[in-house]
Design a protein around this ligand. Sequence first.
Ligand code: URC
Length: 326
Amino acid sequence: MSASTLSELTAARYGKTSVRVFRVVREGSWQHIVEYNVESLLEGAISTSYTEADNSVVVATDSIKNITYYLAKISPHILNAEKFALHLGTFFVSKYAHISKAFVTVEQLRWTRIQVPDNGKLVEHPHAFFRDGDDKRIVKVEVDGTAGKDKLVGKVVAGISDLLVLKSTGSAFENFFRDEFTTLVPVNDRIFSTSVDLTYTFADIALPAPTDEKKFDFVVPVQKGADGYAGSVWDEDVPARARTATLETFAVDESASVQATLYKMAQRIIAENAHVSTVSYSLPNKHYIPVDMKYIGVDNTTPAHAEVFVPIAHPSGLITATISRK
Ligand SMILES: O=c1[nH]c(=O)c2[nH]c(=O)[nH]c2[nH]1
C-alpha cells in the first residue's frame, strides 16, 4: 500500500509564536506601556502546503510577525489585550481570502507604575514602572470567518497564569476517603500554596468586518444591554476584579481543600462579572512537608508545632474545575 492511501491531513494550523512586543503610548508627558508575548496561528485552505509542498498558500510566519508589529504600531487598541488580539485576528481573516480562522494568544507581562513622593503624598510616576509580579494576563481569541468574511465571529477567553500564592495557615484537609492505599494523615492546619491558572469565557461576539483596503479600520463593536460594559469583554476592570477575587478568596477562606477554595473563587468571579459565562481554574497543590525531627526528640510534625517545611517540587496535586453560569 502506498503512503498516500494510509494517511490524510486532518488538522493544520500554523503561525508565529513568542513574538515579543513592547509599546509606548505617549499622552503628553504621561506615558502608557504594555509588554506582550503574541502568538498568531492561522487555519484555512492551507492543506496543500503540507501535502504537496505548495508554498503559494503560505503567508510566511515572518509576515505574521511583521503584521504583529505593524498593528502594534497602528492599532488604537494596543493598550487592551482583548481588543488588540481581536484586531489582529480580524486583520488576518479579512486580509487573506484563503485564511478562515485566526487564533491569537496575547500574554501580558506586568508593568506597574512606581509611586514617588510628591508634596507629602505618594503619586504614580508618569513614565517609570516595575515588575510587581510574575503572573501574566492571558487573552486567547479566535476569529472565525467560516460563515463569511462579513460575518466574523470572535470568541474570547481571558485569564491569569502563574499567580503564585501561599498561606501559612487557614487550610485543612480532613475526612477524605480512606482505604488500604491511604497513608496521608488528616490535618486541621497546613500550608496551602498554588500557582493559579485561571481562564474565564464570554459569549461569542459578532465582529464588523473592516471595509478599508488595508483592513485597518477595525471597530470594537458596542455591546448591547442595559448594564453597558459591566463585566463584558470590553470592561477593562474584569481582569483586575478576577485577580482580586482570586487573591482575596484564597486569603480569607478557611480552606477545607483546594477543591472547595477553587469553587468559592470561581463563584465570586461569576457573581461579579455579568458577562462571564464560565470560569476554569487549574491549581497545583504545591506541597510543603513538615520535616520529621522525632529522631532528635523534637516535635515538628504535629500541626501546632510544624515550623520547618520542605517545599516539594514534584509531584504536586492538580485540582481543576470549570464553573458555569446557570
Ligand atoms: O486540598 C486537597 N485536595 C486533595 O484532593 C488532596 N489530596 C491530597 O493528598 N491532599 C489534598 N489536598
